[in-house]
Design a binder for this molecule. Structure first.
Ligand SMILES: Cc1cc2nc3c(=O)[nH]c(=O)nc-3n(C[C@H](O)[C@H](O)[C@H](O)COP(=O)(O)O)c2cc1C
Length: 352
């Protein structure tokens, strides 16, 4: 078998989006090759009592999830378990299919282990994703569904986009995520205001009892983020995911001046904002930390800052299929070294 470093060298010769399509193709057929798939699950999927927890009524065998945006159309759910992920977040989907922004819109910075994207919610639309989910849901690992508005939807109709998506995915996922934090849909981040969040979660809670979380951007003061998160929780949000990609283009030399940066370059930025939110909310709701994570030390500091779960996207591209296993095994050792018998006891330890 090739090492991931060899595969990465080959893949990085292709345009990032082409490489992504190649990976998607491989991950779509992987579950059909039962022998390889099962061997990968056995090798990569860590199912350990110290890492197992039930959150908003859903059982998670390990805390490392795939961040939204990698599997926009829910075609790779099974392969993500084989890659060791404890859960996966599909989407972001929009009600109608859309092509996304003009290409090129995806860039790698290998030296910085970072990515820049301006994809713009390219996806096949709710009805196709629904069909894909019907093939796989419920699955052995939890599936989150990230929902967003269509680019051309007017301001007045925005809430209706989310409403129809909640109806579409409430019975085809373990939790839902309201994405109003992508930098790549014009004016989307403006929805990160108290009035919209109040209307959003009030509406959502009338439709479903399914857990529904809010994902926020990193490019705001911690005070603003805390206030928005508190409003979301007040009106029924079951959790907060922080953060989406950053528009701080100074984090990578020669970055483009559009889209959002992710990966190692944003680790500290995302952590700092997360910790501020954690201080206020870790004992009041479920917090998920995402942004620049790729090793156990970083996961552990997020847990101590209040994270029940984490998510990784860019790190997976740079580290490959053994990443989750490596992190989970080291995380168990870190927990043991501090005398914890379950991950739950370490959540928010910084504030105890
Ligand atoms: C190519 C790409 C596409 C993304 N698409 C989405 C998306 O559709 N919805 C979303 O909520 N986040 C999206 N994200 C953001 C990630 O889920 C994550 O919040 C961010 O990349 C930071 O995590 P990371 O450093 O581990 O990548 C995307 C990120 C990348 C790199």
């Amino acid at each position: 078998m090739f090492s991931y470093n060899t595969i990465k060298k080959i893949m990085f010769n292709f345009e990032p989006e082409t490489a992504h399509h190649m990976a998607e193709y491989a991950f779509k057929i992987l579950p059909k090759c039962k022998f390889i798939n099962n061997a990968m699950v056995k090798r990569n999927f860590v199912n350990h009592p110290m890492l197992t927890q039930e959150l908003f009524g859903v059982k998670f065998y390990n805390p490392i999830g795939l961040g939204a945006g990698f599997d926009k159309n829910a075609t790779m759910v099974k392969a993500m378990m084989a890659n060791g992920f404890g859960y996966t977040e599909i989407g972001t989907m929009t009600p109608k299919p859309q092509a996304g922004n003009a290409k090129p819109r995806l860039f790698r910075y290998p030296q910085e282990e970072s990515i820049q994207n301006a994809m713009g919610f390219n996806n096949l639309g709710a009805s196709v994703v629904e069909e894909n989910l019907k093939e796989v849901y419920p699955y052995a690992i939890p599936i989150g569904a990230s929902i967003g508005k269509n680019k051309l939807t007017s301001e007045e109709d925005t809430l209706n986009d989310y409403k129809s998506l909640i109806h579409s995915f409430k019975d085809l996922s373990d939790y839902l995520v309201v994405n109003i934090s992508s930098p790549n849909t014009p004016n989307l981040r403006d929805l990160q205001n108290e009035e919209f969040i109040k209307d959003m979660f009030t509406m959502a809670k009338e439709i479903t009892t399914k857990p529904i979380l809010l994902k926020i951007a990193p490019d705001m003061s911690s005070q603003t983020a805390i206030e928005l998160c508190k409003t979301a929780v007040k009106y029924g949000a079951d959790g907060i995911i922080a953060t989406n990609t950053t528009q701080d283009y100074s984090l990578v030399p020669n970055a483009k001046d559009f889209g959002g940066l992710s990966g190692a370059c944003m680790s500290d930025k995302s952590y700092e904002l997360f910790k501020a939110i954690g201080q206020e909310l870790h004992d009041k709701t479920i917090l998920i930390s995402v942004g620049g994570i790729s090793d156990a030390t970083d996961v552990y500091r997020r847990i101590k800052a209040g994270a029940s779960l984490v998510q990784i996207l860019s790190g997976f591209i740079f580290k490959g299929p053994s990443m989750c296993k490596d992190i989970n095994e080291e995380l168990i050792e870190l927990l043991k070294a501090d005398g914890y018998s379950n991950i739950k006891d370490a959540i928010g330890a910084d504030f105890k």
